[in-house]
Design a protein around this ligand. Structure first.
Ligand SMILES: [Zn+2]
Length: 390
């Protein structure tokens, strides 16, 4: 599937019969020109390293169209006419998925990436595994398939099965090797940081499976290479209780990560369901993002995240599938379940007696959900500003 980095497309204008021409470079292989009717892109187009090279509105006839095509002089373009029911929209961003749980073997990675692309996910934030070589393989694969990916070699050095654990030393060393490997993957192609396809992301599985020493080392590594960080936060009550046993000297789960230097504006925490107001304040202060994974939250009965409250607090939110905690690879499905989750929060906060409904947490609207699946995710991975062309 081509990578459409179109920022946002407004609802079709039913009265318009004009054509819209969008030129897209498809995964660096060849050019395409899409011609749609009745679509009305907003003024902010996107231009990133040759992706969408131009956008013309109100093309009235075929002569103008051929004039535009020749004017831009693209050598190998293919013209694709969209039917009445087809439209272009931004690629989905899956801000939390476990590639290895698809299921649990490096050989499955091509299927994962292909399936995500087929589901419209043009950017994904991946957990790989603790294994260095298969994590490198996933990074290569994502790049070759033309998906944009944040790839994390997972770290865990305690509270895990014997056959799935690393020594502290090996965990830190192999992670640094992985980071250097991914940073060098596109070196020869001359792409700047804003246009690269694959990025390494520091990935402590969660605070339960990482010692303090490991988390401290990972925090320093993230700082050294100015890298994003991902993990899990406040997914279920049992996990929160265990965290307070492991770190009795720290007041809450969020502070555990902060204490080890793992919270910054490039941090993505999956779930964030049972957060206290103090934790919300810290999350806002550190400007970290929450990956809302409603399909997983429902499937394993973790709880219902109050996304409206997060947004009201000014916290960044994107959507994630959390495969295979979540049963579906599709961000469309995440949108559906996020919709239901927000209605559950709304109903739970409503009165059932004679008093009027308490609308302190109105449910999310479809435009808001679409935003979370696209631009919201871009904010989490710090690509939102790169994608904007005013
Ligand atoms: Zn997860």
């Amino acid at each position: 599937m081509p990578i459409y980095t179109i920022n946002y497309i407004k609802q079709a204008n039913p009265s318009s019969t004009h054509l819209v021409v969008i030129h897209v470079k498809d995964s660096w292989y060849y050019d395409k020109i899409f011609i749609g009717r009745n679509t009305q892109p907003v003024k902010r187009g996107v231009d990133i390293s040759g992706k969408i090279a131009f956008l013309e509105k109100n093309v009235l006839d075929e002569i103008t169209l051929s004039h535009i095509i020749s004017q831009w002089e693209f050598p190998e373009q293919e013209v694709i006419r969209l039917s009445k029911r087809q439209f272009l929209m931004p690629g989905f961003i899956d801000t939390h998925t476990h590639a290895s749980q698809y299921p649990n073997a490096g050989t499955v990675y091509p299927i994962v990436v292909n399936n995500l692309l087929r589901s419209g996910t043009t950017t994904a934030v991946y957990f790989a595994t603790i294994h260095l070589e298969s994590s490198k393989y996933l990074a290569r694969l994502v790049k070759e398939k033309g998906q944009r990916g944040f790839i994390g070699k997972v770290n865990m050095d305690c509270n895990s099965p014997e056959n799935y654990i690393e020594s502290l030393d090996n965990s830190v060393k192999s992670t640094e090797e992985f980071v250097k490997y991914v940073l060098n993957l596109e070196k020869d192609e001359g792409r700047g940081n804003g246009s690269r396809l694959v990025y390494p992301i520091i990935t402590p599985r969660f605070a339960i499976t990482c010692t303090s020493q490991l988390m401290n080392s990972l925090g320093l590594l993230a700082k050294k290479y100015n890298m994003p960080i991902q993990s899990h936060l406040s997914e279920n009550i049992g996990e929160i209780n265990f965290i307070s046993e492991l770190f009795p000297h720290l007041p809450d789960y969020t502070t555990v990560y902060d204490h080890h230097g793992l919270l910054n504006e490039k941090t993505i925490m999956a779930h964030g369901i049972h957060l206290s107001s103090k934790e919300l304040k810290l999350i806002k202060e550190r400007n970290i993002g929450i990956s809302h994974c409603p399909t997983s939250n429902f499937a394993i009965c973790s709880g219902v995240c109050n996304v409206r409250q997060l947004l009201d607090e000014g916290i960044k939110v994107g959507l994630g599938t959390d495969l295979s905690g979540g049963y579906s690879k599709s961000i469309l499905n995440a949108i559906r379940n996020a919709n239901i989750a927000s209605r559950v929060v709304f109903m739970a906060s409503s009165k059932v007696d004679d008093k009027p409904l308490n609308k302190s947490f109105p449910h999310l609207t479809l435009p808001e959900l679409t935003y979370l699946a696209t631009m919201g995710g871009a904010e989490l991975v710090n690509l939102d500003k790169i994608f904007l062309m005013i």
